[in-house]
Design a protein around this ligand. Structure first.
Ligand code: IFM
Length: 453
C-alpha cells in the first residue's frame, strides 16, 4: 500500500481525539526556577560527552514562560487534546516529602498550565513520568531501588489530588523501554548505566509503580481515564531461516513482550526470563497482580519497525539478535525507517495478542533537517508526507476495527531531543532557539487544515 492519499478528518470517527504531544524536560526550560530540584537529566547534561551538542534543558523552548502562546498555537491548529508531562522535581525537589516539603510554586505552575488548556478548549492529558527523575532519588539507586516506587506513589498522590478536579486523562509512564533500557543498560540516556540486570530491575519497579498508581489515581480522581504509554515496534526477521525466525522471537521478547505481557496479566515472558538468567528482576509476591491492574487504555508510541537476524556471537545482549538495516527504504533524519505499514502491523498485532479495550496513539512523528526560509516558512515536505501517510495507515487500522481512539503528533515544538540535544527537530512548529520564535512548519499548517476541514 502506498498511503499516498492523505485522509481527511471526516474519514475518522467524529469523536476521534486529535492532539499534540510534549514533555516537561524537553520544552519547559526554567531549569532552576521556582524551587525546582535537580533531575537526572540536569545532572546527565553536565557530564562531558553525554549530549551531542553539549546542550542542556535549562532554557529549552522556554515553555515555562511562553506556555500561553504555545497553547494558543495548539488551539489554532484545532486539536482538542494536549499531552504534556509533569516534572517531578518541580513538585518534590528531592523526590519525596521525607527529604523536603512539597514545592507549592511547582504545583502552581501546573495549575496555571492546566487552566490555560481548559480556557482554550484543550483537554489535558498528563504524563506523570517522562524521564526527569529527581536526582536525589538516583543517589539512592533510582529505579533500581524499590523505594522509588513508594516515592512515585507519593508524587502521584500529590499531583492527582491537586490537578484531578481538572485533569481526567493520566498516563503513568512514558516509554519504560527508554527510561530503563536506554538509561540503565545501553548507556545512552540518564542516568547512564551499562547493566542489563539494573535495567530489568528498574523496569520491574517502573511497571510496579504504574500498577500501584492506577489504583491511587482512581481513588483521587473521579472519572479518571488512566493508561501507560509504551514505545512498541513491529519486528520482522531478515530471512525465513529458523535461526532468524528464532532471533525475531527473542528480540520481540525483550523489546515488546517484556512490557506488554505483565501489563496484560501474563507475567514476564518465560522465554525472555530464561535468556536473561541471573539478570532477571527480583519480583515479590503480589507485584505481578499489581502491575496487571486494569487500565482504561494502552498508550502506544510508534516511530519505526525493526528487522533482525540471528547473532550467535552477540556479547552485548543475551537476545542474540542484531538489527539489520533494510536497503532502499525511506529514512528519517535519525535513520529510522519510514513505514506507515508498520503502524498497521503493530496495531493489529497488539489488538490480536492483547486485545486492549482502547488504544491511544500517544506519539508519532519524525525528525528531518529543517530550514527556516527568509520569509519565515519551513517547507518540511518529508515530515508532512510522513504525517499524511501515517494518518492514512491509521485510518486503515481504525477501519479494520483496531480500537484506536486518538492520535497525538510528536511534537508540537522542536525541542531537546535527549542525547541528541537540539540537533534533531521533531516539531510541527519550528523553534528558533536564539529568539524563541515559533513558526508553524508546512506539516503543522497541513495538520491544522486537516483538523479544520
Ligand atoms: O523525543 C522523544 C520523546 O521524548 C519520547 N518518544 C520519542 C521521541 C522522539 O525520539
Amino acid at each position: 500500500m502506498s498511503f499516498n492519499n492523505a485522509p481527511t478528518r471526516k474519514d475518522f470517527p467524529a469523536d476521534f481525539r486529535w492532539g499534540v504531544s510534549t514533555s516537561s524536560f524537553q520544552i519547559e526550560g526554567a531549569g532552576q526556577e521556582d524551587g525546582k530540584g535537580e533531575s537526572i537529566w540536569d545532572r546527565f547534561c553536565k557530564e562531558p560527552g553525554r549530549i551531542r551538542d553539549g546542550s542542556n534543558g535549562n532554557v529549552a523552548c522556554d515553555h515555562y514562560h511562553r506556555y500561553p502562546q504555545d497553547l494558543d498555537m495548539a488551539r489554532g491548529l484545532g486539536v482538542n487534546a494536549y499531552r504534556f508531562s509533569i516534572a517531578w522535581p518541580r513538585i518534590l525537589p528531592n523526590g519525596t516529602s521525607g527529604r523536603g516539603a512539597v514545592n507549592e510554586a511547582g504545583l502552581a505552575f501546573y495549575d496555571r498550565l492546566v487552566d490555560a488548556m481548559l480556557e482554550r478548549g484543550l483537554d489535558p492529558w498528563a504524563t506523570l513520568y517522562h524521564w526527569d527523575l529527581p536526582q536525589a532519588l538516583q543517589e539512592q539507586g533510582g529505579w533500581t531501588s524499590r523505594d522509588t516506587v513508594a516515592a512515585f506513589l507519593e508524587y502521584t498522590d500529590v499531583v492527582t489530588r491537586r490537578l484531578g478536579d481538572r485533569v481526567k486523562h493520566w498516563i503513568t509512564h512514558n516509554e519504560p523501554w527508554c527510561s530503563c533500557m536506554m538509561g540503565y543498560w545501553e548507556n545512552i540516556h540518564a542516568p547512564g548505566g551499562t547493566s542489563l540486570a539494573d535495567a530489568l530491575q528498574a523496569s520491574h519497579h517502573v511497571l510496579l509503580s504504574h500498577g500501584q498508581a492506577v489504583s491511587l489515581i482512581r481513588n483521587n480522581v473521579p472519572g479518571a481515564d488512566i493508561g501507560i504509554t509504551l514505545s512498541l515496534h513491529p519486528i520482522t526477521a531478515a530471512s525465513d531461516s529458523a535461526a532468524d525466525q528464532a532471533a525475531l522471537v527473542r528480540h520481540d521478547g525483550l523489546r515488546n513482550r517484556w512490557f506488554l505481557d505483565p501489563l496484560f496479566g501474563r507475567g514476564y515472558p518465560a522465554d525472555t526470563l530464561a535468556l536473561v538468567g541471573g539478570a532477571a528482576p527480583k519480583v515479590l509476591a503480589g507485584d505481578l497482580e499489581a502491575i496487571a491492574t486494569p487500565t482504561d487504555f494502552l498508550g502506544v508510541n510508534y516511530y519505526f519497525p525493526e528487522m533482525v537476524a540471528d547473532d550467535p556471537q552477540a556479547t552485548h545482549s543475551p537476545m542474540r539478535a542484531k538489527i539489520v538495516e533494510k536497503d532502499g527504504v525511506e529514512r528519517t533524519g535519525f535513520g529510522w525507517e519510514v513505514s506507515p505499514q508498520g503502524l498497521i502491523d503493530l496495531l493489529t498485532r497488539v489488538q490480536r495478542d492483547y486485545n486492549p479495550a482502547v488504544i491511544q496513539l500517544t506519539e508519532n512523528g519524525s525528525t528531518f533537517e529543517d530550514v527556516l526560509t527568509p520569509d519565515s516558512r519551513v517547507h518540511d515536505t518529508e515530515r508532512l508526507r510522513y504525517l499524511q501517510r501515517h494518518l492514512a495507515a491509521l485510518k486503515v487500522a481504525v477501519d479494520a476495527g483496531v480500537p484506536v481512539k486518538g492520535y497525538f503528533a510528536w511534537s508540537l515544538l522542536d525541542n531537546f531531543e535527549w542525547a541528541e540535544g537540539y540537533l534533531r527537530r521533531f516539531g510541527i512548529a519550528y523553534v528558533d532557539y536564539a529568539t524563541q520564535q515559533r513558526v508553524l512548519k508546512d506539516s503543522g499548517l497541513w495538520y491544522g487544515q486537516f483538523l479544520n476541514e
